[in-house]
Design a protein around this ligand. Structure first.
Ligand code: PMP
Length: 407
């Protein structure tokens, strides 16, 4: 694998060269949202300058160009996740919308009192709350499989919990707090054996690893664009065609029908059945560019670089006095959650910002996980391929200064 030339990469990301409070920015919050390369920014700009029109309506040139661009993004996403058909890709505003679509169109009509949905303790609220909402309306329950102290899912427990009442399993591919990579193939195999469909929240996986929905063997896979270099308000739900064909629409409106009569409306086939209204057309021009950027870079190079950076950053953080690291999973993406004894996470993050360092503090939309570790919040440094070891050094130095102020 050709090594990644990080200085060249950084030149593609205009924002990385700005300063914050007079200090060079160290952006360690990519799990929250990634920065965007010029090619993405320019694709959005080009859309509005050259091709702006609505999609799938007008026969004029601009309308056709906008439609081609939007449908081209669907092709790019289908290729990116290795969907067997572009019709299995629903364009959404992100993972949250994708999961809610499955909750309301797939789960809600099927769940009965006594049924269950199985998820895990390490999920983001986006993969918990939609299930609670449909469970409340149907009399079903939401169960969560436990994790061990390292932040690995206890697989045997998960499989034991896949009982006949479970009508859907919902698992994150990668934890946004711990970086834990869940063994989706194995989980999918066990779910299949029992005839239980599996939804995977791929929000934190797509920025770091190649996704192959067919090889994974799941039923639903959700991604969000803004964590993988694309604009905010973009994302996708991939689902097996048989599920999509059996799902009623979630939103009603324009662009999702074949024929509307007051006696009854005939809906369009998937994917358009699930895409009522005017979508984020410019955003998807950006998402196609983001996929192009990642494909040009190549996941092999990206992964080698990020794993090396993660190892470097982990040993640096480990050496901080009074540190507690959350998440020592066997396989991890570049996320380090930690606390320093005696220092509040929010105070640390606020003071780090004054040093130009952007990290997230708080519960990371994962209350049950915070509860498991018995802490209200952690500090999270999340890295990307555009970060450097020099930035890790700067981050550690900034923590040293902040410690002096706080302790
Ligand atoms: N799942 C996980 C694991 C996430 O990290 C996030 C974003 N923090 C989401 C879901 C929600 O994504 P979005 O807000 O982009 O829909």
């Amino acid at each position: 694998v050709l090594p990644l030339d990080v200085e060249r990469i950084r030149a593609d990301f205009p924002l990385l060269s700005r300063t914050v409070h007079g200090k060079p920015l160290i952006y360690f919050d990519s799990a929250n949202t990634s920065q965007k390369p010029l090619s993405v920014i320019e694709a959005v700009d080009r859309h509005y300058r050259q091709h702006n029109a609505n999609v799938a309506r007008a026969v004029h040139t601009l309308g056709e160009e906008a439609t081609a661009s939007y449908e081209g993004a669907r092709d790019a996403i289908a290729r990116f996740i290795n969907a067997s058909s572009r019709d299995e890709v629903i364009l959404t505003s992100g993972t949250t919308q994708a999961i809610n679509l499955v909750a309301y169109s797939y789960a809600l009509p099927r769940l009965k009192p006594g049924d269950a949905i199985l998820t895990t303790v390490m999920e983001h609220h986006a993969n918990i709350v939609p299930w609670q909402l449909v469970a409340e309306r149907t009399g079903a329950t939401v169960k969560a499989a436990p994790i061990d102290a390292n932040g690995d899912l206890i697989l045997e427990r998960f499989f034991e919990m896949l009982t006949p009442e479970v009508k859907l399993a919902c698992v994150g591919h990668v934890s946004n707090v711990l970086g834990t990579v869940n063994p989706i193939r194995e989980i999918a195999r066990e779910c299949r054996k029992r005839g239980i469909p599996l939804l995977v929240d791929g929000s934190q996986a797509a920025p770091h690893r190649r996704i192959d929905v067919q090889a994974l063997g799941c039923d639903f896979y959700a991604i969000t664009g803004h964590k993988m270099l694309a604009p905010t308000g973009t994302g996708a739900l991939w689902a097996r065609r048989e599920h999509l064909m059996a799902m009623p629409p979630f939103f009603g409106g324009g662009e999702m029908i074949r024929e509307v009569r007051f006696e009854g409306t005939v809906f369009a086939d998937p994917p358009h059945r699930f895409e009522a209204g005017t979508p984020n057309i410019a955003g998807f021009a950006g998402m196609a560019a983001a996929i192009g950027y990642i494909e040009d870079l190549g996941y092999d190079r990206l992964k080698a670089y990020e794993q090396d950076l993660l190892a470097y950053a982990t040993s640096a953080v480990e050496n901080l006095p009074g540190v507690r690291i959350f998440g020592r999973a066997k396989e991890k993406e570049p996320v380090i959650s930690f606390l320093i004894e005696g220092a509040h996470a929010n105070d640390m993050a606020t003071l780090l910002d004054l040093q130009g360092v952007a990290v997230r503090s708080g519960h990371h939309c994962a209350h049950p996980l915070m509860h498991f570790f018995g802490v209200p919040a952690t500090l999270r440094a999340s890295l990307a391929f555009y970060n450097t070891k020099a930035e890790v050094d700067g981050f550690i130095e900034a923590i040293g200064k902040v410690r002096k102020l706080l302790l």
